[in-house]
Design a protein. Sequence first.
Length: 275
Amino acid sequence: MHAGGSGSGGGGEYASDNLSEEEFGRALAEADRLYNAAQEMSRLQVQQELEQSFADFQPPRGVGGDPLSEAPPPLQDHVCSFWIEQGLNAREAGQLYKEVQRAGRTYSLYQLSSKVARWSRVLPDVDVAALAAKDMELLEADVGSGLMNLIRLVEGEPVVGISGRESSPSSKKQPKILWCTDLPARIKRVTSHLLHLHPSHELDVVSEIVVDYPELLYRMDYYPDATLVDELPIEIQNMMAVGGAGIGHMVRYYKNRATNYQAEVDRSAKQGWET
């Protein structure tokens, strides 16, 4: 055991010996957060390697040696029954079947089962069937790309504030994140635009909005020329509002916070003069 107070300078052997209790607590919490994030990234990377090995697995063959994927397409009742077994109700299963048919795609029951199983390994806390019902493109998405995007979300690059947070909720709200081919560039572009529009002009605030409403990563593509928050649809404005208040309240809130409420004092004084 070392003596923390030894030496003429009174400093300890380790840098932490010179930290206050509060500083040490913050450092410990940050170390714990980084450890958890690293552990999650390691888990996802291992899963990616496993998924790559699964990708080389050949499906079983049907009668006569033909792959099951080349067998006649399954009947609608059989496909709907499969989705109902996965947790969808009859209406959702029928709708998903029709959407797949309209897209000109056909999956055998083996293929559907394999896709659901693989995505369930990647997203153990997510209802994969419900995710497919929300966006059928999940059935065509590459699992390896999905894993890489989950790793990017866990790393939090380049959005400050995502790092160390669970990535599954974002994929539940916006499944397209899983197969987005330009996720880092998209996050950077949308975050920069929102940083310019939002009255806080703070990256932490904007990043939290993107985490809570990942659909903004796609919806903001429709408003590239917006220069003010009130040029956006009301629904998107409400995503940025503070405590459910209106856009005017949000602007005043961040203006007051930036000026230590001097702006509110000036506004009150002006109202007093006018009366």
